[in-house]
Write a protein that binds this ligand. Structure first.
Ligand code: NAD
Length: 486
């Protein structure tokens, strides 16, 4: 289906989703149309029906052509069927379309909507593709599973630049980076370093860094102290839900997933099956996501008109059940009446709540390829599955030393990252997953052939190799972490 609202519209893809999805999408599109937002719509079907029809990712192959052609998508929430075999469509869309930035504003609308933090007004910009969400997991021994945390310089730079450009475009003054680089010095450390480098190019924006644990605690207790937060994928996932919750308004939060060639806009909440079909859902989350979309496609005036009308509707006290409070609200309304209240307020500006003004145009970031490095192989970490009685590091240490060809020496054994040989502590618990850090005897460079000879020797001596990690120097500096206690 295709509707056109203007002579020069931007084509967008619309998915009505499941549960309350069709109701809130209908309300949102009615408001967009009444405001004259210059968009044309191509509808696709995603979600439960597609899953049940055998599309394990919740989307049919031909829908991808429409999504890719239009580049901009407004998506209602979908229901992911319980049980195995189904893939999260959100993760699929983000990764397939390179939607690297997840932008989630959290704002309180006190005194018209009750909030424990009436002055909260922050935006979380979450890296959307990397980190533990690369989804590379393995079980390597009877006891041990692992996941690969991937952080790239280019991915970090892209999201950090996006955060600073966002701050500039939306008149925000401060960008706070949150990482755990006191522990993950290489991965989170890279993100933090890139943040420090990029922040120097934005002297007009205040920049600071917090360790994620204290940052999360401050966010929960004093969210009004934050402006823009930029962070890695997992931390951002958790923080943005905390922020949405403490703003008192999960039903009011929109979210944008931005890439360089595509973007997807949606409500933060899910398909709310408990209230689906009752006409009581709050359409605000999707409507605010649609406003983010309009700004993204350069229709800032339309976004302003709609957002200001929406603020007027909130002020009028006509509230859906999720935000209705005795003493604050004037009347309990359903989706349709709230939608009509927004449409009736088009062209007005709010009396008490701050009216919005957007700068037109999307945010573009450019990231250069990382500078080439001089890389030298200076050792290898060999991971072993070894479960002999007692799991005694002394015995494994002796076995590794006996097996290693003369080129190599054993620097240490670690178990779950802690040095246990030589000079380990008897208290340290050892599982069946060991790392032998092997260095060349002469302290010089190794060749790949030396690594292969080492692995062959281990295999011949009955040591079960499960994986290796090369130890490199990059431009002369060690590019690997030390063992705990090394
Ligand atoms: P939910 O967000 O759908 O609902 C949580 C609670 O909030 C429910 O009580 C619901 O009635 C209420 N609520 C949510 N949106 C509302 C609105 N617009 N107006 C009024 N009340 C609203 O979370 P859930 O119940 O955990 O998930 C339901 C389904 O949604 C699951 O299948 C889940 O996988 C899916 N989900 C989808 C998305 C998405 O598509 N982006 C996001 C989250 C969850």
């Amino acid at each position: 289906m295709s509707h056109t609202t203007s002579a020069h519209p931007t084509r967008i893809t619309v998915a009505r989703g499941d549960g309350v999805g069709p109701e809130i999408m209908d309300a949102t599109l009615r408001i967009l149309e009444a405001a004259g937002a210059p968009i044309a719509i191509d509808e696709i079907e995603i979600g439960e029906r597609m899953y049940r029809a055998g599309h394990t990712s919740g989307i049919a192959a031909d829908a991808w052509d429409i999504i890719r052609r239009n580049g901009v998508m407004l998506k209602a929430p979908i229901t992911t069927p319980q049980g195995g075999g189904y893939k999260s469509l959100n993760v699929t869309l983000r990764k397939a379309l390179n939607l690297f930035a997840n932008v989630r504003p959290s704002k309180a609308y006190a005194p018209f909507v009750a909030s424990p933090h009436p002055r909260i007004n922050l935006v979380i910009i979450r890296e959307n593709e990397e980190d533990l969400y690369a989804g590379i997991e393995h079980q390597q021994t009877a006891d041990v599973t692992q996941v690969l945390k991937l952080i790239t310089r280019s991915g970090s730079e892209r999201i950090v630049r996006y955060a600073f450009e966002y701050a500039r475009a939306y008149g925000r003054r401060r960008v706070t980076c949150m990482t755990k680089d006191n522990i993950m010095k290489l991965t989170d450390g890279l993100f933090h370093r890139v943040f420090d480098e990029v922040s120097r190019e934005y002297p007009d924006i205040q920049a600071d860094h917090m360790i994620i644990d204290i940052g999360a605690a401050r966010l929960a207790a004093q969210p009004e102290m934050f402006d823009v937060i930029v962070t890695l994928n997992l931390y951002g996932d958790i923080l943005s839900d905390v922020a949405a919750q403490i703003a008192g308004s999960v039903g009011l939060a929109g979210s944008a997933n931005i890439g360089s060639t595509a973007a997807m806009f949606e409500a933060v909440h899910g398909s709310a099956p408990d209230i689906a079909g009752k006409g009581v859902a709050n359409p605000s989350g999707l409507l605010l996501a649609a406003c983010q979309m309009l700004v993204h496609i350069g229709e800032a005036r339309a976004a302003e008109t709609i957002k200001n009308a929406w603020l007027c509707a909130l002020e009028s006290g006509l509230h859906t059940a999720d935000i209705y409070r005795d003493g604050i609200s004037r009347r309990l309304v359903g989706t349709d009446e709230f939608t009509r209240a927004v449409i009736g307020s088009l062209g007005q500006t709010p009396r008490e709540l701050e009216a919005v003004q957007y700068r037109p145009g999307g945010i573009k970031v450019q990231v250069a390829d990382p500078a080439p490095v001089t890389k030298a192989l200076v050792g290898v970490d060999v991971f072993l599955d070894w479960n002999e009685a007692g799991r005694d590091p002394q015995r494994l240490g002796a076995a590794v030393e006996a097996a290693a060809p003369g080129f190599w020496r054993l620097k240490m054994l670690t178990n779950r990252g802690v040095k246990v040989y030589p000079d380990g502590l008897p208290e340290t618990y050892c599982t069946d997953h060991w790392r032998a850090r092997m260095l060349p005897q002469n302290g010089k460079e190794a060749r790949f052939a030396d690594v292969l000879a080492l692995l062959q020797a281990f295999d011949q001596h009955g040591l079960q190799v499960i994986k290796t990690e090369h130890l490199y120097t990059m431009n002369g500096a060690p590019a690997y972490s030390l063992g705990q206690g090394e």
